[in-house]
Design a protein around this ligand. Structure first.
Ligand code: BG6
Length: 508
């Protein structure tokens, strides 16, 4: 793998949680593998007053807790010597003159050759402010070297604001300078969707409406909103998980084979999937989208708060913490195949997976003998935890007659042995340093994803009578979600922590 060219990484919002838990530990992990360029420095920027030494001390604790690789004292000291801090009022344009000076000084010390990546790890209200002030000081067009901008989610609040943000950033930078991060694309197992589909001859012939009955994408979380209630209450599960992470996963499941493994080739195909998504009309939202909110309950004997009692959440909030929907991709491959997407907080377990439900055999030869109503083959692609794949097959029970049982054939990533699985941020940061945007969302795709969810958001906003179902914390969400699934004998899969333990509706 080619080492990235020298660069300075300036992180806005550097005193925040994301930098502390994810970004800086991921950079340490890269440095421990010698993957950072020879000329490299990090400049943390935010309003809080820290000296370089104070900032480094703070980060030290974060790295020790959150780095994936073993932390060695010498390696950590060496890494932290490249990290600096600049207090700045990001709203104040004149302050950026200080930033410019500081960046120039660091470029000299560390030989970063004028290349710079700006990482916006800030509240979204600053996603226009910072680039505009950078541009006012010419910081987006270094005299020598290049400039890239990484933008965290949420990229907009709805179609209109997502599009406006895109337009604005594109008035300052070119598309190939903008890296819209979606940490799901940095997950090994999400990338493995591409490899599973396009490096095996056995799946692709079946990967279409002729053999697939429906596709299920589930992201279940066992935690609640924790201390993010303030942010979450104005967002909700559709914006927080589906518009970005789960639609991106769906894009990789449904896309046509790209001709090469290159950013535009892959992202063109994902875009086509989003463009083919059948819009859910406002009048169909009631039947195609189910939303819910967790209410207080007991989980394993412990009392758990309801969403409305969480810090920062309005006591009469109607923000969904659970959404399940049925979508269709109107193209030749997928015509008529439902894609069910479901996500929720405070569900019984944490599991993200894609389930390909194959059609039944055309003739149910063993139906009367097998003791099972239906025999469905399923391919479960587990994104997390217990990463791996599972294929469900019918097998003959040893003994007289032809009794058939569902059996599991599974593969677990951990069985691949010593291979180190990098964190999503490690992969994505390195890609941005190398100028590879394959695993970043392109502007047109982000807009197309907003175009799909926008009518749902509008229906919820315009029609207060559309129900928000309460579900007890620790349960699988509103029962009404079952009504979405078409076809006799089909239901959601209820995943458990261990990939192979399915059908356990309630995991103790
Ligand atoms: C974030 C959402 O983008 O993804 C969170 O804002 C969610 O609400 C998280 O919990 C899930 O990520 P992961 O990697 O834990 O599945």
């Amino acid at each position: 793998m080619p080492a990235p060219t020298p660069l300075l990484l300036t992180i806005f919002g550097a005193s925040g949680d994301l930098a502390y838990r994810k970004l800086i530990p991921a950079l340490y992990d890269l440095s421990a593998q010698d993957l950072l360029p020879a000329g490299f420095a990090v400049l943390g920027v935010s309003r809080t007053e820290y000296s370089d030494a104070e900032f480094r001390d703070r980060l030290r604790a974060g790295i020790e807790e959150f780095a994936h690789r073993e932390v060695e004292a010498d390696a950590l000291d060496r890494f932290l010597q490249q990290v600096y801090y600049q207090p700045l009022n990001t709203h104040e344009e004149s302050d950026y003159a200080v930033l410019k000076e500081r960046q120039e000084a660091l470029a000299k010390v560390h030989g970063t050759e004028g290349n710079v990546i700006y990482y916006l790890s800030t509240p979204p209200s600053l996603y226009r402010v910072i680039p505009s002030h950078l541009a006012a000081h010419g910081l987006h067009q270094p005299e020598e070297g290049w400039c890239r901008l990484i933008v965290e989610k949420p990229f907009g609040y709805d179609l209109e604001s997502g599009k406006a943000l895109n337009d604005y950033l594109l008035s300052i930078l070119a598309e190939d300078q903008i890296y819209r991060i979606d940490h799901y694309l940095g997950k090994e197992t999400v990338q493995n969707l591409l490899v599973t589909r396009f490096s095996n001859g056995i799946f692709e012939p079946l990967w279409n409406r002729n053999y697939i009955h429906h596709v299920e994408i589930t992201a279940a979380e066992s935690l609640g909103v924790g201390d993010r209630g303030g942010y979450y209450d104005s967002s909700g599960a559709l914006r927080d998980m589906i518009q970005n992470h789960l639609l991106q996963v769906m894009g990789l499941v449904a896309m046509e084979p790209p001709t090469v493994v290159e950013a535009d080739a892959i992202r063109n195909e994902v875009l086509k999937v989003f463009q083919a998504l059948r819009p859910i009309r406002e009048e169909d939202v009631a039947t195609q989208v189910i939303r819910g909110q967790y209410v207080a309950s007991h989980i394993r004997g412990e009392a758990v708060k309801g969403y409305r009692e969480e810090k920062g959440v309005s006591p009469d909030s109607r923000t969904p913490t659970y959404v399940a929907l049925k979508a269709y991709v109107d193209n030749w491959r997928w015509g008529g195949v439902p894609f069910y997407i479901r996500t929720g907080k405070r569900l019984p377990t944490r599991a993200t997976e894609v389930v390909i439900h194959f059609r039944e055999t055309p003739h149910r030869l063993f139906a009367d003998l097998c003791g099972l109503d239906h025999l469905f083959n399923q391919l479960v692609i587990r994104i997390q935890p217990n990463e791996g794949m599972l294929l469900k097959l019918g097998m003959k029970l040893p003994g007289m007659g032809f009794r058939v049982e569902h059996v599991n054939m599974d593969f677990l990533y951990k069985d691949m042995g010593a291979n180190y699985v990098p964190s999503a941020y490690e992969r994505l940061l390195l890609d941005a340093m190398q100028g590879d945007a394959t695993l970043y969302a392109r502007g047109d795709a982000v807009e197309a994803a907003w175009r799909f969810v926008d009518p749902i958001l509008k229906a919820w906003a315009h029609e207060p009578d559309l129900p928000v179902y309460g579900y007890p914390a620790g349960s699988w969400g509103p029962e009404n979600a079952d009504t979405l699934i078409e076809g006799e004998g089909y239901t959601w899969r209820y995943p458990a922590h261990n990939l192979a333990d399915d059908g356990v509706y309630c995991e103790l």
